[in-house]
Design a protein around this ligand. Sequence first.
Ligand code: SAM
Length: 261
Amino acid sequence: MIKAKKSLGQNFLIDKNILEKITDITDIKDKIILEIGPGTGNLTSYILKKNPKKIFVIEKDDNLALNLKNKFNDKLIIINDDVLKIDENILFKDKVIVFGNLPYNISTEILSKWIINLKESFWFESLVLMFQKEVADRIIAKFNTSNYGRLSIICNWKLNIKKVCDIKPGAFYPKPKVDSSLLFFHPKKNFIKLNNPKNLEKVTRIFFNQRRKMLKKPYNQLFNGDQKVCNKLKINLSLRPQNLNLDTYCKLAYEYENLRS
Ligand code: SAM
């Protein structure tokens, strides 16, 4: 019996209906799959049943990686490493479909890394990912709501996101203390292009630093008190950060970038 490591966010999915549901979200027959954190291989077995062309898995835990090798033999390409250290843009020449019941302690870090590092051509076709419900609610939040913030803006910048379902702790072993949500992401065709996506990170960080305060102070900090950009984008600086929509934040990042180039 494998003992779950809390430090690696190990909560293994055991509910057969949920495992089935996850692999039914999108057609994976003859597709190249990447699974993040396959753990004991529960989801991996369901993915394999759908006859993908190839499956890559990235698992940090050495014991679990060895266990997967014994269990699945040459059916998987096992990368025994930290997903945060991998450059998927280099690894994948053909587009992949990504599955992951993500380790919750680093789930937002993984997703933000992927989005910020995306090149002109996306390395994935879609993402099927499980998050802690509270995090998923922040990812899909719309402006003018309390959950809306940096994470919502960065994730929705280049991706369309749909919530598939919420999942109760009983679907996992060991049971997590919180509910989970399954999200489906696929790339947008149109979005505001930035030379350096870190500028969107910076702009949103400065605006949401004090989310209850008016926009005036962070705006002046970024644009040195020059009102041109806020006039052009018709921004009322007495509003709060959560009142600006995604498009406005992307335009602010674009203007900020132009100012510095
Ligand atoms: N997919 C399995 C399932 O649903 O039963 C396990 C999911 S469990 C929530 C998260 C998995 O990610 C664990 O197997 C854990 O060892 C692995 N993991 C944690 N941190 C990781 C990292 N930085 N890179 C790769 N895998 C990681």
